[in-house]
Design a binder for this molecule. Structure first.
Ligand code: NAD
Length: 488
């Protein structure tokens, strides 16, 4: 069956959202958006240049006074209304997500609920932000802190899951009392613009949420803008280096949520079928393009062959194809460039003997030939020091390698420059705690993974970043304490 055409009539007219104004012209020019499942253009994207970023940052600054003057319970209710509107428009937002990145509808359908949960969770903190009394002994003084917003926050987001990112970041940034300029990338501008409209409809004052899709030039303009008090960057480690270089010039504070090469550690005493099923999602979920996908599977040697057999058998049965087919679990990768990059990595791994390719590794043809489809790909006996096992591929590629002892498993798991998530599979309670404590990773999930929880901190160590979203840590990311000392 040929891949169905998505409902492109949902795509908004090309624009940027600054305050309540929809800008129809922008200095960054225009680019075509391509539907990843067919390779066909869907519509035009208007790109912000430095001039529009300047407008947005100044509009956001003007709105800081309005937003902070609004009583906390009214701001909380506005965020809750935004969550309600996300759910009321779930069908449209899910459809736009599928159009933007080719995410299968059955998965896209789950994203509005998650985004709304993040907004609601953070709305709950809004009227609980205060400060603390600081012991001033032996001075006769009252010393206290006020948790204040930064002011204007720039949110630079990646293309993979903009709706969830909007919930994860808008929620705490607004709850903390900031106004924001969101910069989605040209690959995925539609959902962010729509959420910006919904924020206005929810009664969030104009200028509190501004949305300016753009490329690197817009991102750098945001980081270097004098009215931007903090930037929160979500993206790759490579771009983060450039972000920090620009931030260094202007001393802009930056929170970083970066990539990963998250390991599965499967011990022989685990529920092996379940472990193999979860490990499989490292390639399948978002076609391997999730920051916390477990793409490095480490298996205790005594059960290695068993786990490899179950994993590959299950992956062979995964329905890959048309994102609009309700049975599809795995869609295309995001772009032709991503497709080529992934295939090149696979080719280098084969040429250098970095592992034994036992599944996939090729672009899919037939009805899927026009899109950017790569089937689930598995390399076994992967050399842990190779590019294949060390670098984030951001595609449906798993490496599998054996270990003999717990210490070796931890050493292998920690052997990359990343530290975002780790998945541990064991039925030994002591080992579960021991390994969780030992791993250098922002999150550890034992015997299952709930995805990202609004109430739990999420972020990386090492080159996976320094910021935290989720939980009170997420709100703190967008607050800074002011100290007040009063002589008594
Ligand atoms: P990317 O680094 O290419 O782009 C991220 C964002 O930065 C985009 O908005 C892009 O337009 C912008 N950008 C590009 N150059 C810039 C520059 N010079 N200055 C400022 N901004 C610039 O990443 P991507 O391909 O969009 O996303 C994939 C990456 O994001 C992966 O590495 C993935 O692991 C990571 N990611 C991390 C998390 C997390 O929470 N840790 C979540 C999602 C994605």
């Amino acid at each position: 069956m040929p891949v169905a055409t998505p409902p492109v009539e949902l795509i908004p007219e090309p624009h940027l959202l600054v305050g309540e104004e929809r800008l129809r012209e922008a200095s960054g020019g225009r680019t075509a958006h391509i539907y990843p499942a067919t390779g066909q253009p869907t519509g035009d994207v208007l790109l912000a240049g430095p001039a529009e970023v300047d407008l947005a940052a100044r509009r956001a600054r003007k709105a800081t006074a309005v937003w902070r003057a609004m009583p906390p319970h009214e701001r909380r209710d506005a965020l809750l209304r935004l969550a309600d509107l996300v759910l009321a428009n779930a069908e449209e937002l899910a459809a736009l997500t599928t159009i933007e990145i080719g995410l299968p509808r059955q998965l896209a359908d789950q994203t509005p609920r998650l985004a709304a949960d993040f907004l609601r969770y953070n709305a709950g903190w809004l009227d609980k932000i205060g400060g603390e009394v600081v012991p001033a002994w032996p001075l006769r003084a009252l010393d206290y802190t006020l948790d204040e917003p930064y002011g204007v926050v720039g949110l630079i987001v990646p293309w993979n899951g903009v709706l969830v990112a909007m919930g994860q970041l808008l929620g705490p940034a607004l709850a903390a009392g900031n106004t924001v300029v969101v910069k989605p990338p040209p690959l995925a501008p539609f959902v962010a613009l729509r959420v910006g409209e919904l924020a206005l409809a929810a009664g969030i004052p104009p200028g509190v949420v501004n949305v300016v899709p753009g490329d690197a030039a817009a991102g750098e303009a945001l980081i270097s803008h004098p009215e931007v008090d903090k930037v929160h960057f979500t993206g790759s480690a490579a771009t983060a280096r450039r972000v920090l270089a620009v931030a260094a010039e202007h001393l802009t504070p930056v929170g970083l949520e970066l990539g990963g090469k998250s390991p599965h550690l499967i011990f022989a005493d685990a529920d092996l079928r379940f472990a193999a099923r979860l490990a499989m999602t490292g390639a399948v979920a978002l076609s391997g393009q999730g920051c916390a996908n477990g793409t490095r599977v480490l298996v205790e040697a005594s059960v290695y062959d068993d786990v490899v057999a179950t994993l590959t058998a299950r992956l062979r049965r995964i329905p890959v194809g048309d994102p609009l087919d309700p049975k599809t679990m795995m869609g295309p990768v995001v772009s032709e460039a991503a497709c080529q990059r992934i295939l090149d990595t696979v080719a280098r791994a084969r040429d250098t003997g970095a592992g034994k390719l036992v599944l996939g590794g090729e672009r899919l043809g037939g009805d899927l030939a026009g899109g950017f489809f790569i089937g689930p790909t598995v390399f076994v006996d992967a050399d842990p020091t190779s590019e294949l096992a060390q670098e984030e591929i951001f595609g449906p590629v798993l490496t599998v390698a054996p270990f003999r002892a717990e210490d070796e498993a931890i050493e292998l798991a920690d052997s990359t420059r990343y530290g975002l998530g780790a998945y541990v599979h064991t039925n030994d309670l002591r080992r579960a705690h021991r390994v969780s404590h030992a791993l250098r990773s922002g999150s550890v999930w034992v015997n299952g993974a709930p995805g990202v929880l609004p109430s739990a901190p999420f972020g990386g160590v090492k080159q996976s970043g320094s910021g935290r979203i989720g939980g009170i840590s997420g709100v703190r990311e967008f607050l800074r304490p002011k100290n007040v000392w009063i002589s008594l």
